[in-house]
Design a protein around this ligand. Structure first.
Ligand SMILES: Cc1cc2nc3c(=O)[nH]c(=O)nc-3n(C[C@H](O)[C@H](O)[C@H](O)COP(=O)(O)OP(=O)(O)OC[C@H]3O[C@@H](n4cnc5c(N)ncnc54)[C@H](O)[C@@H]3O)c2cc1C
Length: 441
C-alpha cells in the first residue's frame, strides 16, 4: 500500500507539495484550517464577482506556476493583465506601463539622467536574470547584506528610490523598503524588462485547486500538534488524532512553530532552523473591496499607488474592471493599506475600517465619488513574510539542514523563498522532495 502523507495547509506551498507527492505515488491528505482552499490565494465568489482576496496576479517570470498551468490544463484561464499603473505624488497622477520602454521614457517623476541611470542598472541586471531566482534563496544570498532603501540610495539615487523602487515593492508587499533585503528588489528588477502580468479568469485559487486534484482535502481541519510516535508522525486536529508516514507543514511560520515546537528535539531541527522559524515576522494587511457606481470615465490604469518620500498609510487602490466579469452599472475596487496603517487599524470595527479605507482611497483618487458598498473586508495580521536583511541567507541554511536531516516532517511556505505564489510553489516542491528522500532511505 502507498505510504500516506499529510500536508498541513492548502495554500500554494501545500498544494504544490501535495501535487509532487501524488505524482510520486504517495497517498496524500491535506488538512486546511479554513473552509476553503487557497490560503492567501483564496478567491471569494459572491454577488457574481470572483474576488481574489490576497494574491491577484502571476507573471511570466513565474516559470513553475506557468508550467503548472500548462501541464494541469488551466492555461486557457491565464489572461494577460495590462499593467498600467498610476503613481500619485500628492500633486499629479503619472502613468507607467510596467515593462514598456516607451512608457518609462515619458514617465514624468524622474529626470532624464535618472532614466539613463535606471536603464543602465536594469540592463546590467537583466544579463544576470537567469542566476537570480526569487523562489530560490541560495541565488539571492550575495545580495542579502543591506536593505532595499540602503541599496537604492547607494547604487541609484533618492528620486529613483522614491518614485520607482518603492512603488515597485511597497504597494504589492505592504512592508517598508527600509526593512527588507535588497535581494528582493534586485531579483525583481532583473526580470522587469519584458515583464508580463496575468490574472486567472474565474479566480486565482484555481492554481491550488488544480494542484490539489489528486489529494484528499479536509477543510475546517486545524492542526494543533505534530509529533513523532515510533515510526509514525501523529497529528492532532480539533476532533481527532491520526498517523502518517510523513508530514509536510505548509502553513505560515507562526502556525508551524505553534504546532511543532514541542517535537523539535524529536524532529532533529537544528538550532538555526528553530531560530529561523521562531523569528519570522510578517507585514499586516487590510484589504477592503468596495462596489461603487460605474465610473463615467475609465481610470485608464489598473492601480493607483502613492509615491514620493515619507510613510504611507494606503498601499494601493486597484480597479478590477480589466479583469472582466464586471457589471455595466457598478464596478469593484480594492483598497490595500500599508503594514503600518493596517496594524494601527486592525482592531477597528468593520464600519470604521471601511469608512477610513474609502476616505484614504478617495484622497488618492477623488473621482471615486461618495457612494460605496462594502463588498468584502479582510484583516490579515500575517499577510506577507518580512524578508529582512539576512533572511535569504538563513533560508538557504534552513533548506540545507532540511535536505540533510532526512526527517519525516518537512517545512515549506513563502517565508522560505519569497512572498510570491512562485516562491510558495517552489518551496512546496522542495519540501516534498526532501520528504521523499527521507522516506526512501
Ligand atoms: C493581499 C495580498 C496580495 C498578494 N498579492 C500577490 C500577487 O499578486 N502575486 C503573488 O505571486 N503573490 C501575492 N501575494 C503573496 C502570496 O499570496 C503568498 O506568497 C502565497 O499565498 C503563500 O503561500 P503559502 O502556501 O506559503 O501560504 P498561504 O497561502 O498562507 O497558505 C497557508 C495555508 O495554511 C493554512 N493553515 C494555517 N494554519 C493552519 C493549521 N493550524 N492547520 C491547518 N491549516 C492551517 C492557512 O489557512 C492557509 O490556507 C499576496 C499576498 C497578500 C496577503
Amino acid at each position: 500500500m502507498a505510504e500516506h502523507i499529510a500536508v498541513i495547509g492548502a495554500g500554494p506551498a501545500g498544494a504544490s507539495a501535495a501535487h509532487a507527492l501524488c505524482s510520486a505515488k504517495y497517498q496524500v491528505t491535506v488538512f486546511e484550517r479554513d473552509d476553503a482552499i487557497g490560503g492567501r490565494t483564496r478567491t471569494l465568489r459572491t454577488h457574481g464577482y470572483h474576488l481574489d482576496t490576497g494574491a491577484g496576479f502571476i507573471t511570466n517570470f513565474y516559470p513553475r506556476v506557468m508550467t503548472a498551468a500548462q501541464t494541469l490544463g488551466f492555461d486557457d484561464k491565464v489572461r494577460l493583465l495590462e499593467r498600467v499603473t498610476g503613481l500619485h505624488d500628492g500633486k499629479r497622477l503619472a502613468r507607467l506601463n510596467v515593462g514598456s520602454p516607451l512608457s518609462f521614457m515619458s514617465f514624468p517623476l524622474i529626470t532624464w539622467a535618472d532614466k539613463l541611470k535606471m536603464s543602465a542598472w536594469t540592463s546590467a541586471l537583466t544579463l544576470k536574470r537567469s542566476k537570480l531566482d526569487l523562489a530560490r534563496p541560495e541565488t539571492l544570498c550575495t545580495l542579502d547584506h543591506q536593505s532595499i532603501a540602503e541599496y537604492a540610495r547607494h547604487h541609484l539615487n533618492e528620486r529613483i528610490y522614491q518614485h520607482l523602487i518603492r512603488p515597485g515593492i511597497e504597494p504589492f508587499w505592504y512592508f517598508s523598503c527600509e526593512e527588507v533585503s535588497a535581494a528582493l528588489a534586485v531579483a525583481l528588477t532583473a526580470h522587469a524588462a519584458g515583464a508580463q502580468f496575468y490574472f486567472v479568469e474565474g479566480g486565482i485559487d484555481q492554481i491550488c485547486s488544480h494542484l490539489l486534484a489528486g489529494s484528499e482535502v479536509q477543510l475546517s481541519a486545524s492542526v494543533s500538534k505534530v509529533w513523532l510516535d515510533g515510526s509514525q508522525v501523529r497529528l492532532e486536529t480539533q476532533d481527532h488524532q491520526s498517523s502518517f508516514d510523513g508530514v509536510v507543514v505548509a502553513t505560515p511560520a507562526t502556525a508551524a512553530v505553534s504546532m511543532t515546537q514541542g517535537a523539535w528535539q524529536q524532529l532533529a531541527l537544528t538550532a538555526n532552523q528553530q531560530t529561523f522559524l521562531r523569528e519570522q515576522r510578517y507585514a499586516a494587511n487590510v484589504h477592503v473591496a468596495f462596489r461603487i457606481p460605474r465610473l463615467a470615465k475609465d481610470p485608464g490604469v489598473n492601480s493607483v499607488f502613492p509615491t514620493g518620500a515619507g510613510p504611507r498609510d494606503l498601499a494601493a487602490l486597484s480597479f478590477h474592471r480589466r479583469k472582466g466579469g464586471q457589471r455595466d452599472d457598478e464596478e469593484l475596487v480594492s483598497v490595500y493599506l500599508s503594514d503600518a496603517e493596517s496594524r494601527r487599524v486592525l482592531n477597528d470595527s468593520d464600519e470604521q475600517l471601511a469608512e477610513h479605507t474609502y476616505r484614504l482611497a478617495k484622497r488618492l483618487y477623488p473621482a471615486l465619488g461618495d457612494d460605496f458598498t462594502v463588498h468584502a473586508l479582510f484583516r490579515r495580521s500575517e499577510a506577507i513574510p518580512l524578508h529582512a536583511v539576512g533572511r535569504y541567507r538563513q533560508a538557504q541554511a534552513f533548506h540545507a539542514d532540511q535536505d540533510q536531516a532526512q526527517s519525516q516532517v518537512t517545512f515549506c511556505g513563502d517565508y522560505l523563498a519569497s512572498a510570491t505564489i512562485e516562491g510558495a510553489v517552489e518551496s512546496g516542491a522542495r519540501a516534498a522532495k526532501a520528504l521523499i528522500g527521507a522516506l526512501s532511505r
